[in-house]
Design a protein around this ligand. Structure first.
Ligand code: GDP
Length: 231
């Protein structure tokens, strides 16, 4: 990924820390999307299960700059929990954005989205932005879910929508960028609470240690930006 040339104004403001979750049925390509986004890598299909499997690290940190703001993403992958039908409630804690993935060539994975919404609505505030992603766009020849159907569902659920392919990397960067943009447009999720606006400590550093955010009791800290990317 292209290194960022950070402008002085951007460098002086502390990074916004954002926690994203990847959710969806097993094998829709969640780990592959994460890997593609973070590393620009693709593991061939026949090697993926063995390589990624449930051992693939459950989260990673990625830095990017969006609309002139430094953002430190921690992106959480289910690491195979969904194979056992439930994801623990702690997985959802502190989430500020959700990437809900289905496979455009597998209708069952699209039909499962309402079930995932039931779970999300139980554990996550309704102001948390979500993006629905139809992955495996490269499998156009065996598509089972038309784009218009995915888009219509997302519109009904007031979510962002994109189709992507972790294999060809089409749309992958846009998924993360669009979701982060929406999060930045929702300052209640990350902005500091000032004495004037009431409330306790929260936010991206102005009210605490620089670069620190404390959401639902979880604290993370920013660090250097040498390898950040501009998305
Ligand atoms: P997860 O269980 O949702 O994390 O799915 P994985 O990332 O482990 O992927 C499941 C399988 O789908 C693997 O064989 C991947 O190689 C394959 N896969 C993932 N993304 C794509 C894609 O965009 N296109 C194609 N053709 N295969 C994909």
């Amino acid at each position: 990924m292209a290194p960022v040339t950070t402008t002085p104004a951007v460098a002086s403001s502390p990074p916004v820390n954002v926690k994203l979750l990847l959710i969806g049925n097993a094998s829709v390509g969640k780990s592959s999307l994460l890997l593609r986004f973070s590393d620009e890598q693709w593991i061939p299909e026949d090697e993926a299960t063995a390589t990624i499997g449930v051992d693939f690290k459950a989260s990673l940190v990625h830095k990017m700059e969006v609309n002139g703001r430094r953002v430190k993403l921690s992106i959480w992958d289910t690491a195979g929990q969904e194979r056992f039908r439930t994801i623990t409630s702690s997985y959802y804690r502190g989430a500020q954005g959700i990437i809900l993935v289905y496979d455009v060539a597998n209708r069952e994975t699209f039909d499962a989205l309402p079930k995932w919404f039931t779970e999300i609505d139980t554990y996550v505030s309704s102001i948390v932005p979500k993006i629905i992603v139809g992955n495996k766009l490269d499998k156009e020849h065996s598509r089972q879910v038309p784009t218009s159907e995915g888009q219509a569902f997302a519109t009904r659920k007031e979510c962002l929508f994109l189709e992507a392919s972790a294999k060809t990397s089409v749309g992958v960067r846009e998924v993360f960028r669009d979701l982060v943009k929406r999060i930045l447009e929702t300052p209640e999720l990350w902005a500091p609470v000032t004495p004037e606006s009431g409330g306790g400590k929260r936010g991206d550093g102005e009210d605490g240690m620089p670069g620190t955010i404390d959401l639902n009791g979880r604290t993370a800290q920013g660090d250097n930006w040498g390898d950040a990317c501009a998305c």
